[in-house]
Write a protein that binds this ligand. Structure first.
Ligand code: ADP
Ligand code: MG
Length: 714
């Protein structure tokens, strides 16, 4: 099998829309072997036309070009040629039939087995009885069982007569392996793909103009489509994948560029003036010097805010790189100008945290802050909403409660979304709807290298904090047994320091996980940590209780906080120096990195223990990476590699980024080429109106025009 890269990870949307026909008739007309039922089944896979079939790339390729070595493969998939010695039908019970045959291949004799449900209406074994007769020469594809001496028996999945001309599609070559749906077999998919590849009319006009193909030495679309389904060699397959990946990335880059162009075409009806009556005292009261990176990014933001079009900027920076202060500077600029600003965060704990930070940093300044979360009582909420509406609040910190429709901000001009991966694009858009020309800053603690960021967040401008504040210790991380970890907790507690012990809660098993976290809390409290003051905090608690426990922990009333990942984002208790993460292999990499960012918040050296017994190679790799590096960029990149772009950016964003064949890592170089080629082409043909760019333009619109509803090349 050939590794298929990452492209199975995002769900492809249907390639075609708006065709007048019922899907099944469109397909049945075009394909032999597709009636209404199969037509519907294929439509479920997004395949409505021969062209869709062409763009339904295999998810893998299997090398059947020569036969398997049957003396070496005791079990697993095999493919080989042989001559039938004998064969007969056995009835296992009234419903199940078994056909058994003996086949000679090389100097071996192997038993072949077919299982089929019997039917009163037709003879399920008719074809087999006709084909598998003594002396017949066959290709066999199936699953082998055997022993040390090699294959003994093969359960047959497919067979082909040597005399059958169509066998050339299925055996004796590199064979495509497709994603399937109920009722659709690999065999059928190969036949259909072959029909599509052979029908000249099915291949659409090449979206890549000849000059571009020439410049990058790429296969034509026709060659690439044919080779991706039925490659004659692995080299040809690679060339086809490169060509198709390039096309995909180029289309994506164009889409991003057009989308940005449109946002930049909007005219803001307000502007900012840097007045400094808030910014200067804020800066002076910080108690630390901003890092060079913070200063640079603040300048980038201010530049952006003063542009005539709305800002849409991503600020990426590792955990602890000081994004909050940067965001606050921009929030204050808005307030200096008499505007309202919002600070949206994914959790109530984080909202609390930011409120505290704000009141510290803004002490004595004439800035009115309020918090809006779903935890507020109805009365308090209504009061706050009313104040916001009356313009009596300058900075509003809140969770998604900010998005509720009755929350009106008359003077909202600027919003920050923290930990944006916890939100989807939809929330971003909803916020924009509150104020169409809003300046928007989104922040993420999972930074990735610039080219990748540009591809993934293509409609955003990207700023990066690539420097940590001084005196930040990074948590040294170990993969260690529980005893050792808890011993460290006790040792640190003896020095007056605090600790977190974190348990995973995975959505699919949230209830069970919560129960076991509670049970573990009891075990630790009464067992290994019985001499310490141990508190429990978990996501299912009422917000008020959570806030109370966090506040107590902040005041050192507890030594140890047993927690579910509610503490993952943004908690800031500098006196906490140890973290033990239980079942660490169940957490994602970015989560673990975020988690350990909760310690090492002050000058004290701190340690993170990952307690885990990783079961898979992937899990082991994740843990090793975390032990080896504290560099958020490397972790972000690795995480993106393991999870793929859709997951990485949060499920809500799937629809935005559908890469079927390109792999952002394998094809990083291609991505950079695609970007510069797109920019180059637009210099001479800004709207892609030239005749030779027609197919390209059509393809961009058909892929992205609907999705965003905003791409408009008129
Ligand atoms: P993150 O980027 O993870 O959101 P924060 O903004 O929470 O990081 O900052 C982490 C800690 O570092 C906070 O306690 C903050 O006050 C502090 N901090 C931020 N910038 C600096 C700086 N330039 N020098 C020293 N400490 C800083
Ligand atoms: Mg933060």
């Amino acid at each position: 099998m050939v590794p298929a890269g990452d492209y199975t990870k995002s769900t492809p949307p249907p390639q075609s829309r708006g065709r007048g026909d019922l899907p099944e008739t469109a397909l049945s007309r075009a394909f032999r072997g597709v009636g209404p039922k199969r037509g519907r089944q294929l439509a479920l896979m997004g395949i409505l036309t021969p062209q869709d079939m062409l763009y339904n790339f295999p998810r893998d390729w299997s090398d059947r070009s020569s036969g398997s070595d049957l003396s070496k493969v005791p079990e697993g998939p095999v493919v080989f040629q042989g001559r039938i010695l004998s064969g007969r039908l056995i009835r296992a019970n009234p419903r199940l039939g078994i056909f058994k045959a003996r086949v000679a291949t090389g100097d071996r004799k192997i038993d072949l087995v077919w299982f089929k449900h019997l039917s009163f209406r037709y003879d399920a074994f008719a074809a087999i009885k006709k084909d598998v007769t003594t002396g017949a020469d066959l290709w066999i594809v199936g699953k082998a069982e055997g022993d040390l001496l090699g294959v003994r028996e093969v359960r047959v999945d497919e067979y082909y007569l040597l005399s059958d001309p169509r066998k050339a599609l299925h055996v004796g070559r590199i064979v495509p392996v497709y994603g399937l749906t109920e009722g659709i077999t690999q065999h059928l998919m190969r036949e259909l793909a072959h029909q599509a590849v052979s029908a000249a009319a099915a291949v659409p006009a090449d979206p890549l103009p000849p000059a571009l193909l020439h410049k990058r030495g790429l296969l034509s679309l026709k060659q690439a489509l044919s080779a991706v389904h039925f490659p004659r060699s692995f080299a040809e397959l690679e060339a086809a994948r490169t060509r198709l990946a390039y096309e995909e990335l180029l289309l994506l880059e164009f889409a991003w560029i057009f989308k940005r162009r449109q946002t930049r075409g909007l005219a803001k009806n307000f502007s900012y003036e840097i007045k400094r009556h808030l910014l200067t005292p804020f800066r002076e009261g910080l108690g630390f010097e901003l890092t060079r990176a913070q200063k640079r990014v603040i300048n980038e933001l201010f530049e952006d805010l003063r542009q005539p079009f709305p800002m849409t900027r991503l600020l990426q920076g590792d955990v602890g790189s000081g994004k909050t202060v940067v965001a606050l500077s921009a929030l204050l600029l808005a307030v200096e100008n008499g505007y309202q600003a919002a600070f949206m965060v994914p959790t109530e704990i984080l909202a609390d945290q930011h409120m505290t930070t704000l009141s510290q940093f803004l002490k004595g300044l004439p800035v009115r802050c309020a918090m809006l979360t779903s935890r507020l009582s109805k009365g308090d909420r209504d009061k706050t909403v009313e104040k916001i509406r009356a313009g009596e609040v300058d900075i509003i910190v809140g969770t998604h409660a900010l998005l509720e429709s009755d929350v009106q901000f008359p003077k909202l001009k600027f919003a920050v979304i923290d930990e944006q991966h916890r939100f989807g694009v939809r929330q971003r858009t909803t916020l924009r709807q509150k104020s169409a020309l809003l300046d928007l800053l989104v922040m993420t603690a999972t930074p990735i290298p610039r080219t990748l960021a540009l591809a993934l967040y293509g409609d955003l401008d990207v700023s990066t904090l690539d420097e940590m504040p001084p005196d930040k210790t990074t948590a040294q991380t170990f993969h260690a047994p529980e005893e050792e970890s808890l011993a460290a907790v006790k040792a640190e507690a003896a020095k007056g320091h605090q600790a977190y012990v974190v348990y995973p809660i995975i959505e699919e098993s949230a209830n069970l996980d919560l129960q076991s976290a509670k049970a573990e809390y009891e075990r630790l409290r009464t067992g290994p940590l019985k001499d310490l003051r141990v508190a429990l905090i978990h996501g299912a608690m009422p917000g008020r209780t959570k806030a109370k426990i966090m506040a107590e922990f902040g005041k050192r009333e507890w030594d140890v906080l047993v927690a579910t990942p509610v503490i993952e984002v943004g908690i800031d208790v500098p006196n906490a120096t140890v973290m033990v993460v239980q079942n660490a292999d169940r957490f994602g990499m970015a989560s673990l990195h975020q988690l350990r960012g909760r310690i090492g918040r002050g000058r004290l050296p701190s340690v993170c223990y990952l307690v885990a017994d990783p079961k898979t190679e992937d899990a082991r790799r994740r843990l090793e990476t975390l032990v080896a590096t504290c560099d958020g960029f490397r972790i972000g990149e690795e995480d993106l590699k393991i999870r793929g772009p859709g997951e990485f950016m949060g499920t809500a964003q799937h629809g935005e980024l559908t890469l079927k064949i390109a792999d952002l890592h394998r094809h990083a170089e291609l991505l950079a080429q695609a970007r510069s080629d797109a920019e180059e082409m637009l210099k001479t043909d800004p709207r892609l109106l030239a005749t030779e760019n027609g197919p390209l333009r059509d393809r961009i619109l058909s892929l992205y025009g609907d999705t965003w509803n905003r791409i408009d090349l008129a």
